[in-house]
Design a protein around this ligand. Structure first.
Ligand code: IMP
Ligand code: MG
Length: 203
């Protein structure tokens, strides 16, 4: 590491691949948010979080599986010594409509009482998953509990939720990429996109 500025390297956007195999992109209809736009936004959010949590021991809690891509990038834009943990919940299955039923498939490894928790979510759609998670985590008596969501669909939340950090507000269409899936696929796209109607028939 000698002679290298580790912190200044975090300034650089994570490499965003531009070319893709045809097979991966054949079902993509339209790119809504490019990889570069996502990185710029996450850098902004990371800076805000760095300011807001200075002097605190932040615990980032990623909601699997959707948040795994964002979590990796966001964590590197936060210039504080953070800890990370993950929860896995099931809400959608392979379909595109929410069931309202949330099941915890993997719980936290840490005891979070007295901790400053920032929940990292890929997308707030109906808000039911987040609502359930917030209630559940509040019951564990953290010192603070806030949410950072990359995407928020406009106007369709069925419950009122305070999401402190939001990346982008998007129309209520189904999207994939950057962690978001359809039938477990497309999570590895570096951008957010809609799918061609015919793609839904195949999963
Ligand atoms: P909610 O409970 O309706 O807010 O949705 C929660 C979960 O559904 C999200 O964390 C996603 O995993 C999934 N989801 C919601 N909207 C989309 C979408 O447009 N594409 C892919 N997954 C979605
Ligand atoms: Mg999810």
């Amino acid at each position: 590491m000698e002679g290298r500025g580790a912190l200044s390297e975090i300034e650089d956007p994570v490499a965003v691949p531009t070319g893709h195999a045809e097979e991966l992109e054949k079902d993509i209809q339209r790119v809504l948010i490019t990889g570069t736009e996502i990185q710029d936004k996450l850098r902004e959010l990371g800076e805000a979080i760095t300011r807001d949590y200075a002097g605190h021991e932040l615990l980032l809690v990623g909601v699997l599986k959707g948040a795994f891509v964002m979590m990796a990038d966001l964590a590197r834009y936060i210039r504080l010594p953070v800890e990370t943990d993950f929860m896995a919940v099931a809400s959608y299955g392979a379909a595109t409509k929410t069931s309202g039923v949330v099941r915890i498939l993997k719980d936290l490894d840490h005891d979070v009482e007295g901790r400053d928790i920032l929940l990292v979510e890929d997308i707030v759609d109906s808000g039911l998953t987040l609502n359930y998670l917030l209630k559940n985590l509040r019951g564990r008596r953290p010192a603070s509990l806030e949410v950072c969501a990359l995407l928020k669909k406009t106007g369709i939340q069925r419950v009122h939720l305070d999401v402190k950090y939001v990346g982008f507000e998007i129309p209520p269409d189904f999207v994939v990429g950057y962690g978001l899936d359809f039938g477990e696929k497309f999570r590895n796209l570096p951008y957010i996109a809609t799918l061609k109607p015919e793609a839904y028939g195949e999963a």
